[in-house]
Design a protein around this ligand. Structure first.
Ligand SMILES: C[S@@+](CC[C@H](N)C(=O)[O-])C[C@H]1O[C@@H](n2cnc3c(N)ncnc32)[C@H](O)[C@@H]1O
Length: 235
């Protein structure tokens, strides 16, 4: 059970209505990243596999997987009613109710006994305030996986006090300004990332995955401060 005194950022109001447009600017490669995840899952899973999306947001993870055309059964969990409503409208507009199920809940409160072939955790772990709560969230995810099940983890990360991280953040600011933001807006954006998210270095992400039981973890994408890792439960 994840137990934390610090509150987890809640997606409401303008954070929801701006979400899709904002991701195109603040996370360069957002669409490509989801495409790469779907491509890896195409060569990793059977066409009838089951996928658990934790933090379905406004539906990007699910819609990209569905667009890859296999017969995957997808369950999306999302505690923000506002985020879920946008995802639901998009999914209903492409007439996929049978293959996709949506639940308004956190993974910690999801009691369904179904075991999944893979869990996708996209931009959720960064909301958890410390190493212990991140590791416990990953352990909660494991309870919903089949033996030898897979995880895809997408998260912002870095050693925040290091010169390399500062260089990366400055490069991200340049990219944000090239997308039409002013310098002031780009600075505010980076500050908001630091306020809302709790980033840890890649080696800590790898050890949390390892402590939760995942082996052979590979990084399959990185853009500035965001990375994607794939791993499988060991014996
Ligand atoms: C930054 S959004 C990412 C949405 C989407 N996965 C994407 O890639 O754009 C993170 C989402 O995770 C949801 N979330 C936070 N904690 C969660 C939990 N414990 N279980 C399931 N979803 C959670 C939030 O409500 C939010 O919509």
């Amino acid at each position: 059970m994840v137990n934390t005194n610090k509150s987890i950022f809640a997606f409401t109001g303008h954070w929801v209505s701006d979400y899709d447009a904002r991701m195109q600017v603040v996370l360069p490669g957002y669409n490509l990243m989801h495409e790469i995840v779907a491509s890896y899952l195409r060569v990793t899973l059977a066409s009838t596999s089951s996928i658990l999306i934790i933090g379905a947001g406004t539906g990007m993870d699910i819609l990209t997987l569905v667009d890859h055309g296999s017969r995957w059964q997808i369950t999306g969990l999302e505690p923000s009613r506002e985020m879920l409503q946008i995802a639901r409208e998009k999914i209903e507009s492409i007439h996929l109710p049978k293959r996709v199920r949506l639940e308004c809940c956190r993974v910690e409160d999801f009691t369904d006994a179904t075991l999944y072939d893979v869990a996708v955790l996209s931009l959720v772990l960064q909301l958890y305030p410390d190493y212990g709560s991140k590791r416990d969230l990953l352990r909660t995810v494991v309870r919903h996986l089949k033996p030898k099940g897979w995880i895809v983890l997408i998260d912002s990360y870095g050693e925040c006090e290091s010169s390399h991280f500062k260089q990366t953040v400055n490069a991200l600011k340049v990219r944000t300004m090239r997308s039409g933001f002013t310098e002031d807006e780009a600075n505010k954006d980076i500050e908001s990332v630091k306020e809302r998210f709790y980033l840890i270095p890649e080696k800590r992400i790898r050890s949390a995955l390892s402590e939760a039981g995942f082996v052979c973890v590979e990084q399959i994408f990185r853009a500035f401060i965001t990375g994607v890792w794939i791993g499988q439960l060991g014996d």
